[in-house]
Design a protein around this ligand. Structure first.
Ligand code: KQY
Length: 365
């Protein structure tokens, strides 16, 4: 494995869309007791359901800490590969490499990771184990890796259509805890150079109270070139209303890198999901402070789905809109089975199904 200081776009490597063919998916077995209630037991069961569905159509590699290896091995199927790797938490989307492809082979990008905002507004300290995972995973896969640790970026803060269009949010990428020394234009240029894009569509915000500084993968996702799903509410009293409305205006007035007008599919949000006192009791304190307070609104959204080779795996919350979200997504993915997984126990950690996965694009050699 080589550590490269060149630039993917100049080397002929670009990031494929999630809906293109995968070799596999990277995930991390959950363990952090201040993120996941009751020693992460319920979260492990929810992760295992997601892993089982993904593993039916692509290779799943699950990273487990030394202490969790036996538990992961016994909970996961024979066709899942469990490898021992230390981590601080379990958000593969943000700490595993973002892969770029030449059409034949793939390389990883090793972005800097600082737990969603570092000492400014990050969510935990230290984060050094997470920050080392991307490079280790490239080594394990024997794929060259671009060293971009000088630039703080999480995989959940970007989406691409694989045809030159990148989606992101200002709330996240222009936040003070990431790359405060860089202008919006400089950040946009880095996205284009590393992901191989020609156009960046900047949404202003994401999902209300999303502790990632409003990652794009919770509010809006490409379902095919020229088409996006957008988290939506018609409830004007909900602070989310103005946020989704502003995204809609931007999307409806944008063309993609190929000059197409975007078709926007509204995915209704569930009713506000809040954490209970009992769930909070199941979480360990962090440095003597609780990580959540009873009644706190969690950033629930159906947009946080994962597109595998054969399925679209969509979070479910026990809400009346659960089925509606699946019905809206089905015609958008005519060659895949759209399935729901009850994901409250993942959401309690602060993200959802897309956030716990990172696809590895298909490669020939
Ligand atoms: O949504 C994500 N991509 C990660 C959420 C991290 C939350 C940490 N508590």
């Amino acid at each position: 494995m080589r550590i490269l200081s060149t630039v993917p776009q100049e080397d002929g490597y670009t990031m494929p869309a999630e809906f293109s063919k995968h070799y596999g998916c990277i995930m991390i077995f959950p363990h952090r007791r201040d993120s996941w209630q009751n020693g992460a037991y319920a979260a492990r069961k929810a992760f295992a359901q997601v892993i089982d569905i993904i593993s039916r159509s692509e290779k799943v590699i699950v990273c487990a800490r030394y202490d969790d290896y036996d538990s992961a091995r016994s909970m996961l199927g024979d066709n899942v590969r469990v490898i021992e790797m230390e981590s601080d938490d379990s958000w593969a989307r943000d700490v595993a490499p973002t892969f770029v492809s030449s059409g034949k082979d793939i390389r990883g990008i090793d972005w800097g990771f600082n737990a969603w905002g570092g000492l400014y507004d990050g969510l935990y300290f230290p984060w050094d184990k997470d920050n080392k995972m991307a490079r280790k995973l490239c080594d394990m896969l024997d794929k060259d890796t671009y060293n971009k640790r000088s630039f703080i970026l999480e995989g959940g803060s970007i989406h691409t259509d694989g045809e030159g269009t990148i989606l992101t949010t200002e709330a996240c990428l222009l936040s003070k805890g990431r790359n405060p020394h860089m202008s919006k234009e400089e950040i946009e240029n880095e996205l284009k150079r590393y992901l191989g894009g020609e156009k960046v569509i900047w949404l202003k915000s994401g999902i209300y109270n999303d502790e990632t500084n409003e990652h794009v993968d919770n509010i809006c996702a490409f379902t095919s070139p020229g088409e996006v799903a957008l988290a939506w509410t018609d409830d004007k009293s909900d602070p989310q209303y103005k946020m989704s409305q502003s995204c809609l205006e931007i999307l409806e007035n944008s063309t993609d890198a190929k000059g197409r007008k975007l078709r926007v599919h509204k995915l209704p949000l569930p009713k506000p999901v809040t954490i209970t006192a009992e769930e909070c009791d199941g979480l360990d304190d962090m440095n003597g402070e609780p990580t959540r307070t009873p009644g706190e609104r969690l950033a629930a959204s159906y947009v946080n789905f994962y597109i595998s080779n054969a399925h679209v795996i969509v979070p479910q919350f026990g809400d009346e809109n659960d089925g509606k979200a699946l019905e809206i997504l089905r015609p958008l993915f005519p060659t895949k089975e759209v399935v729901g997984v009850y994901a409250r126990d993942i959401l309690i950690g602060g993200g959802n199904i897309h956030c716990i996965t990172q696809q590895i694009p298909y490669f020939e050699n």
